[in-house]
Design a protein around this ligand. Structure first.
Ligand SMILES: CC(C)(COP(=O)(O)OP(=O)(O)OC[C@H]1O[C@@H](n2cnc3c(N)ncnc32)[C@H](O)[C@@H]1OP(=O)(O)O)[C@@H](O)C(=O)NCCC(=O)NCCS
Length: 179
């Protein structure tokens, strides 16, 4: 398997992977919502505020994960949030998601990211270092409809201490439907 962080010339492939996979797993409306989110991530987020990692098997795109910047008003640490993540329907359950995320975390660490947040299923994300947090550790930018899914990990040697102040996310995630 190969991993890459360049995405300028494969934006449409990545959008299609998200759309097709979420349409299969969660229905057409969710497929459309995710496709629109990823399109906005590529079109509206400043390059320094986004990381995209893709996985290829035999030259075919099989997975993609997107990280975008979060800002904590009174905290100097560099924080990114993972959302969304996908592995192609026929390729799930083979370890690709975990391998892609482990690669991504190494790369983010090399890029001086201190903390990574995500909002999802602990059963999966705990396998790549995430643990449950409360909003005393990190305020969410919008109300959480599923607080059990609020997860984080420190990419430094230090354990995660509370992120200070209120938070803001990139514009495409600033939508109650995502939270
Ligand atoms: C979630 C996803 C990215 C995981 O990637 P993957 O390559 O299938 O996962 P891996 O093979 O590395 O890990 C599989 C393990 O994670 C867990 N897992 C996988 N998908 C899961 C999910 N949607 N929810 C909870 N746990 C999940 C399983 O317990 C599995 O463990 P097992 O093999 O012991 O049963 C992928 O399944 C996917 O794209 N699903 C549909 C879209 C989605 O739900 N995206 C995440 C929300 S943004």
């Amino acid at each position: 398997m190969e991993f890459t962080s360049g995405y300028a010339d494969r934006r449409d492939d990545i959008i299609r992977l998200f759309k097709d996979t979420f349409t299969v797993s969660e229905g057409a409306a969710e497929g459309d919502l995710i496709a629109s989110l990823v399109t906005d991530m590529f079109g509206k987020v400043t390059p320094g505020d986004i990381f995209v990692f893709s996985a290829f098997e035999g030259g075919t795109l099989v997975g993609a994960v997107i990280f975008s910047r979060m800002t904590y008003a009174e905290d100097e640490r560099t924080v990114f949030i993972l959302s969304p993540a996908v592995v192609a329907t026929g390729q799930q359950g083979k370890g690709i998601g975990q391998a892609l995320l482990s690669h991504s975390m190494r790369s983010l660490r090399e890029n001086s990211v201190d903390v990574v947040l995500t909002y999802g299923d602990l059963n999966f994300y705990s396998r790549v270092g995430f643990h449950r947090i409360t909003e005393e550790i990190a305020q969410a930018p919008l109300p959480l409809s599923y607080p059990e899914g609020w997860l984080a990990q420190s990419l430094t040697e230090s354990t995660l201490t509370p992120l200070r102040g209120s938070s803001t996310c990139v514009e495409p995630l600033n939508d109650p439907a995502m939270w």
